[in-house]
Ligand binder design. Structure first.
Ligand code: NAD
Length: 254
């Protein structure tokens, strides 16, 4: 990638232990960013921080815990003195059930992690960003934040919420030099899709994709890192779809 001007920028990535978060953290590291790797799985982010170097900080954070998200920002400020970018990416798919059969426990868990977690990270990061009059907030939504997905109503609701929250944040802080974008990945080949779907369903869904394949996490990471850079200086308040044309329309007559 061309030089994106991210050298020594301080970047927080949640859900950094696997999948899209890990690929994005590695890509930011290649650009010379200083990383804060946050995940519920501390052992994995500690290993990644040691591998990436450049003073990377590993933190155990449950994004569903507002206080833990505040501590994540405080620890970042203590170590690096600024927060240039936060990638609120941690998420789970949750158990599958139609709305009428959705348990309250499953509903609350997905809303807590996938929607509230993004709000907590955003809210805490805004204070240093506003003080600096600069910052980029990138929130992982999904194509399920733009269209309905049957049998994961909690996830669909949470991801629509992330798109809405990102728009509101972008509007509120546009004059403070802060951009906010929701990234909407399509079908990405990560643990999330591999473990939630059985092998037959995984193969069937892959075959249904307009490009005939899912995406590698790297293909989302490259979009996120570009969004975080000044090359995307006028890109804010919009969902950014990375979905191989999945939401472009119906392609079955091809
Ligand atoms: P993944 O399962 O590979 O990685 C998710 C990471 O989040 C893991 O490291 C996990 O430990 C961490 N995590 C889970 N709960 C957490 C919590 N409460 N606090 C902190 N960390 C937590 O999944 P992925 O596919 O890389 O998903 C990343 C994001 O992308 C999620 O928000 C997901 O909804 C979204 N997404 C994924 C796809 C896809 O097809 N894989 C598509 C659209 C959106």
């Amino acid at each position: 990638m061309a030089d994106l001007g991210l050298q020594d920028k301080v970047v927080i990535v949640t859900g950094a232990a696997a999948g899209i978060g890990e690929a994005t953290a590695r890509t930011f590291a290649e650009e010379g960013a200083k990383l804060v790797l946050a995940d519920i799985n501390l052992a994995v982010v500690e290993k990644l921080a040691a591998e990436l170097g450049n003073d990377a900080l590993a933190l155990q954070v449950d994004v569903a815990d507002a206080d833990a998200c505040q501590r994540m920002i405080d620890a970042t400020m203590d170590r690096f003195g600024q927060v240039d970018v936060i990638f609120n990416n941690a998420g789970i798919a949750g158990n599958r059930a139609r709305t009428g059969k959705q348990t309250l426990e499953d509903w609350r868990q997905v809303i807590d992690i996938d929607l509230n977690g993004v709000f907590y990270g955003t809210r805490a990061a805004l204070e240093p960003m506003k003080a600096a009059q600069s910052g980029v907030i990138i929130n992982t939504a999904s194509v399920d934040g733009l269209m309905g997905m049957a049998s994961i109503p909690h996830y669909t609701a949470a991801k629509h919420g992330v798109v809405g929250l990102s728009k509101a944040t972008a509007l509120e802080y546009a004059k403070d030099g802060i951009r906010c974008v929701a990234v909407c990945p399509g079908f990405i080949e990560t643990d999330m899709t591999k473990t939630t779907l059985g092998p037959d369903e995984y193969a069937a869904l892959t075959a249904m994709m307009p490009m005939g394949r899912g995406a590698a996490p790297q293909e989302v990471a490259d979009a996120v890192v570009w969004l975080a850079s000044n090359k995307a200086s006028y890109v804010t308040g919009c969902p950014m779809v990375v979905d191989g044309a999945l939401t472009a329309g119906t392609h079955f007559s091809n």
